[in-house]
Design a protein around this ligand. Structure first.
Ligand code: GTP
Ligand code: MG
Length: 172
């Protein structure tokens, strides 16, 4: 049969950026307008086949509320991959995303595969964070992150982020 690897993946980002919505879209193909704010963290798993290898993601969807910040290391420690999520309509969430990247660079596992997701890409009229040049794309390149704008609502680029991470994982 196919070779299988397990990969612990953590989602980090500001409250309301859409972490749970991205996971729900990826794992169940669903979206809810009134997703409840996560308490502590939630666990999901999903398997992707990439180049004859089954990658089983063990996903920790963390809570963005500040009072849960101290729990985050429990979830990113030992993680093979991280998705750092911000909301393209919220500049503060982008600043917060950069703080998470810094924290992972300082405390995370050194060969962690990181992706930056600019979520709510369907809300173009309310955009506050530019996609290209000066902002997200450049920042991601400078920091070795894979970058995409996503929409959990329309499903744009959601599976792609996880596929891209799976492809970049070291093959054990
Ligand atoms: P915490 O668990 O509190 O850290 O938040 P979160 O990052 O998990 O955000 P959540 O997935 O709960 O989404 C917050 C709100 O944004 C919900 O009302 C979602 O329906 C909405 N939302 C999430 N993703 C999208 C998206 O891509 N587009 C739009 N229009 N709304 C979205
Ligand atoms: Mg959540």
């Amino acid at each position: 049969g196919n070779k299988s690897i397990n990969a612990k993946l953590v989602l980090l980002g500001d409250v309301g950026a859409g972490k749970s919505s991205l996971v729900l879209r990826f794992v169940k193909g669903q979206f809810v307008e009134f997703q409840e704010s996560t308490i502590g963290a939630a666990f999901f798993s999903q398997t992707l086949a990439v180049n004859d290898i089954n990658v089983k993601f063990e996903i920790w969807d963390t809570a963005g509320q500040e009072r849960y910040h101290s729990l985050a290391p429990m979830y990113y420690r030992g993680a093979a991959a991280a998705v750092i999520v911000y909301d393209i309509t919220n500049q503060v969430s982008f600043d917060r995303a950069k703080k998470w990247v810094q924290e992972l660079q300082a405390q995370g596992n050194s060969n962690m595969v990181m992706a930056l997701a600019g979520n709510k890409a369907d809300l173009v009229d309310a955009r506050k964070v530019a996609a290209e040049a000066s902002d997200a794309q450049t920042y991601a390149q400078e920091n070795g992150l894979f970058f995409a704008e996503t929409s959990a609502k329309t499903a744009t680029n959601v599976n792609d982020i996880f596929f891209e991470i799976a492809k970049r994982l070291p093959r054990v």
